[in-house]
Design a protein. Structure first.
Length: 478
C-alpha cells in the first residue's frame, strides 16, 4: 500500500527541507552517515474465547528514530513527537552518542536509490483498509470461525480465536538524500482449540497471516483455519513418545521450514558473521550442502508476512540467494555489514519499530524444490521419523547446535509411516545437517502462519521448505 508523498509529509508534519536540516544537525558532531525513520502504526486486536469477547482494542504508535554512524559507533535516539524541538533534541542526542569524527561515509548504497516508490509495484495492496472498518465489524468472522470448528469435531471443548491487525505508515530519509515511503498492512488470525476424548486432553493451534487488508477475512479463510486445526487430531490422541536415538529425519513441507530459519538462517545474518560469532563466518564461497540445493531469503512474495517494498533502511526489497548449488554465496546484509564486506545491502535491515536501530534480519526464508518425490524420501528410510510441526526451538549461533520440540510426526519403519509420535526433540548441528541432506522433494510450501522472529527485537517473518530427508539427527524420546 503506497500513498502519495504528501500523505506521509502531512502525517508526520515535515517537508524535505525539514528532513535535510534534521540530517545536518545529526551529522554536526562528525558522524559519517545518518538516517531518519518515521512511523505511524495503528494496532487492533479482538479475542473471542468460548463465544465471548474477552479482550480487544486499538492503539496508535507514533514517532521518529534518528541514527548516526561514525566508524564502529552507532548513536540512536527516538522521539514520540515530530515537533521540531523534539526532533532536534533527538538528532543531537544520537550525534552525541556517535561522536567520533570520520571523513568518509561507507554506509550509503553504492548506487543510491533515489527513485520514488512505485504504487504499481506494491507488494501488499489493500482493498479494505484496517483503519476504516469499526472493530465490531470483525466479530462475525470470529463467531463463524468458532462455529465451523465446533461443527467439524464433537470433541471440541474450548475455542480461542484472535484477530490482530496493524497498518504502519513509514517515511525514511538519509544523508545520501534517499527518500522512501511505504504503508505496510498486516492481518493475523490465530486459532487455539482444546479437544477432549474421555479423560485425555489435546490442544492444537494454527494461524494465518498476510500483508493485506481486511479483505482477508473471508469464508475461504474460515474453511482453511477450521480444516487445519482439526486435521490430524485423531493422530494426536493416538500418539506416543517413541524410543530416542540417532536416526534419519524426514521434514514435511511447509512449517518444518522453521528449522531452516533457526538452525541455518540466523547463522547467515551478516552481523553474526562480521563479528565472527557465526559458525559460517569462514565459509563464504565454500560448499556447505550437496549440489543442487538453493536456500533463499525473499522479500518479494506479494502479500507474504515477510514481504517488503523497502527494508527499514530504505533499501528495495529483493530476493537473496544465500546458498546456490550448495555453495554459500551471500550473507543477509544491512548497510553496516554491506559496507564491511564491500557488497550491496540485500534489503535485510529491519527493526521492530522507530524505537530501535535496524539489524540484519530474515524475511521469508526457504529452500527451493528439488527433483525427488516426498513418498520416495520416506520409503528410503529403514528407520526414522517424519516431522511436520515444530515449536520451542533453541540455537547456538556460534556452534550451530540446535534443538526443536516436535508437536506432531510419525515413526518411519521399513519405508512406511506408522505410529504417530509426540513429546520428542530433534537435536543436531546446522552445518552437519545441511551437509547430510540426502534428498529434496519438489513440493516446496511457504507456511502462511503468524511467525515472529526474536533477535533483540521482534519482526514478522515467514518460512518454508519442501520435504527434505536428513541422513541422521538425534531424536530425544524415551
Amino acid at each position: 500500500m503506497i500513498e502519495s508523498k504528501s500523505y506521509y509529509f502531512n502525517t508526520f508534519h515535515v517537508d524535505e527541507a525539514t528532513l535535510e536540516r534534521l540530517i545536518q544537525e545529526a551529522l554536526h558532531g562528525g558522524g559519517s552517515y545518518a538516517d531518519l525513520y518515521f512511523e505511524n502504526t495503528t494496532y487492533g486486536n479482538l479475542l473471542l474465547r468460548d463465544g465471548a469477547v474477552t479482550s480487544g482494542g486499538n492503539h496508535i504508535d507514533f514517532g521518529v528514530g534518528v541514527r548516526v554512524l561514525s566508524g564502529e559507533k552507532t548513536g540512536y535516539a527516538y522521539s514520540e513527537s515530530t515537533a521540531w524541538a523534539d526532533m532536534l533534541s533527538c538528532a543531537r542526542a544520537a550525534a552525541l552518542i556517535a561522536e567520533s569524527p570520520s571523513e568518509v561515509s561507507p554506509y550509503g548504497s553504492k548506487v543510491p536509490s533515489r527513485g520514488e516508490p512505485n504504487p504499481a509495484a506494491d507488494r501488499y495492496p489493500v482493498k479494505e483498509n484496517w483503519r476504516v472498518l469499526p472493530m465490531a465489524s470483525y466479530l462475525p468472522f470470529l463467531q463463524k470461525l468458532e462455529a465451523e470448528v465446533k461443527r467439524r469435531d464433537a470433541r471440541v471443548e474450548k475455542v480461542m480465536a484472535n484477530l490482530a491487525f496493524q497498518l504502519s505508515d513509514i517515511l525514511m530519509y538519509n544523508s545520501s538524500r534517499e527518500l522512501k515511503w511505504d504503508s505496510r498492512p498486516m492481518g493475523s488470525v490465530s486459532l487455539t482449540v482444546v479437544f477432549r476424548q474421555g479423560q485425555q486432553v489435546e490442544n492444537k493451534s494454527t494461524s494465518r497471516s498476510f500483508r493485506c487488508g481486511a479483505e482477508m477475512l473471508s469464508g475461504s479463510l474460515i474453511e482453511a483455519l477450521a480444516s487445519d486445526v482439526v486435521k490430524g487430531i485423531d493422530e494426536r490422541f493416538a500418539a506416543k513418545r517413541p524410543k530416542g536415538g540417532q536416526m534419519s529425519v524426514v521434514m514435511g513441507a511447509g512449517a518444518s521450514g522453521i528449522l531452516l530459519h533457526e538452525a541455518m538462517g540466523h547463522a547467515f545474518e551478516a552481523d553474526f558473521n562480521r563479528k565472527g560469532t557465526s559458525i559460517f563466518a569462514d565459509k563464504m564461497g565454500r560448499q556447505i550442502c550437496p549440489k543442487g540445493i538453493q536456500i533463499i531469503d525473499d522479500g518479494t512474495l506479494t502479500g507474504n508476512r515477510g514481504a517488503l517494498n523497502y527494508d527499514d533502511e530504505g533499501i528495495p526489497g529483493q530476493k537473496t540467494y544465500m546458498v546456490e548449488d550448495g555453495v554459500l554465496t551471500s550473507y543477509l546484509h544491512d548497510r553496516i555489514s554491506a559496507a564491511h564486506y564491500g557488497v550491496r545491502p540485500t534489503g535485510n535491515g529491519r527493526r521492530e519499530s522507530f524505537r530501535y536501530a535496524p539489524l540484519p534480519r530474515m524475511r521469508a526464508t526457504y529452500m527451493e524444490s528439488g527433483e525427488a518425490k516426498a513418498e520416495d524420501l520416506i520409503s528410503a528410510c529403514k528407520k526414522g521419523i517424519y516431522v511436520d510441526e515444530f515449536s520451542n526451538g533453541q540455537v547456538q549461533i556460534g556452534e550451530g547446535d540446535f534443538t526443536f520440540y516436535v508437536k506432531s510426526g510419525f515413526l518411519i519403519e521399513d519405508g512406511r509411516l506408522t505410529q504417530p509420535v509426540k513429546d520428542i526433540n530433534i537435536i543436531g548441528n546446522g552445518p552437519e545437517a545441511l551437509s547430510d541432506i540426502r534428498g529434496v522433494a519438489g513440493d516446496l510450501a511457504i507456511d502462511p502462519g503468524a511467525w515472529t522472529c526474536g533477535k533483540e527485537q521482534s519482526v514478522p517473518v515467514s518460512c518454508g521448505i519442501p520435504t527434505v530427508l536428513i541422513g541422521g539427527l538425534t531424536v530425544g524420546g524415551e
